[in-house]
Design a binder for this molecule. Structure first.
Ligand code: GLU
Length: 421
């Protein structure tokens, strides 16, 4: 996404505020709150890379390991010019909550490299990725920290990391060190679509709760990468109509509906959704404020803030992106009776199928796509209802409910394991 007026908001402060608010609801012990407020380890690395023109450029990368009380750290690696250490720390905390809500045996982690992958060649990206894998090799591993794709990374980068790690650590193939791999090197069927598919299941459940007829529903999607595309496609399959969509180049709207397959094809051919036939061009602000049934932020953090939350005219906000809504905006949306399906629930399908990929890798086993999708549906539908019941029980918004559920699970594991040494 193009940068905007909200870029000064520090995501880690947002994450801490969410944690503190949830802790208050359950009167969490102060010491436990302090443990959860601090990532266990954050590594910063410098990455010299030979560029294609012969020059050397030094990039900076991070890996934050937030908590591993329930299992190994888990979480993606993003490549973006706006990556900061604070952002990576926040994202690693959100991964801890996400894995606890999905009830999979992982803790949270996240990585990032400050770079603009769109301006780099494949050879440069490979050298950067392998260097990063080399620099974090001692803190990741199949039983300690298992990375995955995130913003502007995918199967190609995962294969390079798997190969580099495997060569360094015993020189035998270890697909279980990373997920989101291409199928040919141990990836799972269904992983690529998993974030969007999981989100579509949570939207389906939310619509039932609100008595929304999906055949009359409209969708607006901000961000049209992997998650945005599959989420649009699968919510469209439930009968809803996409009316506006954006990517880093611009936003377009057509009240009569935008066919998802056609706009995906247009983006593949031209590199953007801009100029899609039958649409008029609108601003990013207008896109978010378009009246619709389901708004899906699928780009970056801090898109819905106190400045624009009052102008959101959706019934459901389903967060495919991580951290798109600030705590102040949550309050406004809740008061306006808009149901938010928070990131840590709505986009948990990605890491859930990463878990399935890891299980298959550990056993050198292969599941059918149907089995993967069925298990995902069962798992995320249960998570949705766990969070929804918590939201009813405490009479709080869905994010607070999700965070309460997560910190209860993580705090219990932390307490039972104890502190040692
Ligand atoms: N990057 C994704 C997320 O934010 C996936 C993480 C994973 O599969 O480990 O949830």
């Amino acid at each position: 996404m193009s940068s905007n007026f909200n870029e000064k908001i520090n995501p880690f402060e947002v994450a801490l505020k969410q944690l503190e608010e949830a802790a208050k609801i359950i009167s969490l012990d102060k010491g436990m709150l302090d443990i959860l407020a601090h990532p266990k380890r954050v590594l910063t690395v410098s990455l010299p890379v030979k560029m294609d023109d012969g020059s050397i450029k030094v990039f900076t990368g991070f890996r934050s390991q937030h908590n591993d009380a329930r299992g190994p750290h888990k979480g993606g690696i993003r490549y973006h010019p706006d990556v900061t250490i604070e952002e990576v720390k926040a994202l690693s905390m959100w991964m801890t909550w996400k894995c606890a809500i999905a009830d999979i045996p992982y803790g949270g982690g996240k990585g990032g490299i400050i770079c603009n992958p769109k301006s780099m060649s494949d050879n440069e990206l490979e050298r950067l990725t392998r260097r990063f894998a080399y620099m974090i090799a001692d803190i990741i591993g199949p039983r300690t920290d298992i990375p995955a794709p995130d913003v502007y990374t995918g199967g190609k980068e995962m294969a390079w990391i798997m190969d580099t790690y495997s060569a360094l650590k015993g020189n035998y193939g270890q697909p279980e060190v990373i997920t989101g791999k291409p199928i040919s090197v141990g990836g799972s069927l269904g992983r690529n679509e998993a974030t969007g598919r999981g989100l579509a299941f949570t939207v389906r459940e939310a619509a039932k709760k609100l008595n929304i007829n999906m055949k009359e529903a409209t969708i607006v999607v901000q961000g049209f990468g992997n998650a945005g595309q599959f989420a649009s496609k699968l919510v469209e399959e439930q009968g809803a109509k996409l009316i506006a969509v954006s990517d880093s180049q611009g936003s377009v709207l057509n009240d009569n509906g935008i066919n998802v397959d056609s706009v995906i094809k247009h983006k593949k051919e031209t590199g953007s959704i801009v100029d899609f036939e039958g649409c008029r061009s609108i601003s990013n602000e207008e896109l978010l404020e378009t009246e619709c049934t389901i708004l899906i932020p699928a780009a970056l953090e801090n898109q819905i803030t106190e400045r624009n939350a009052g102008k959101i005219r959706a019934k459901i906000v389903a967060e495919a992106a991580n951290g798109p809504t600030t705590p102040e905006a949550d309050e406004i949306l809740y008061n306006n009776k808009i149901l938010t399906i928070p990131d840590v629930l709505a986009n948990g399908g990605g890491v859930t199928v990463s878990y399935f990929e890891w299980l298959q890798n550990l056993r050198r086993d292969y599941w059918t796509e149907e089995e993967v999708n069925n298990r995902l549906e069962k798992n995320i539908t249960k998570s949705f209802h766990d969070v929804y019941e918590t939201h009813d029980k405490y009479n709080v918004d869905m994010r607070k409910a999700a965070t309460v559920l997560a910190i209860n699970r993580v705090a219990e594991a932390t307490k039972i394991r104890g502190i040692w040494p």
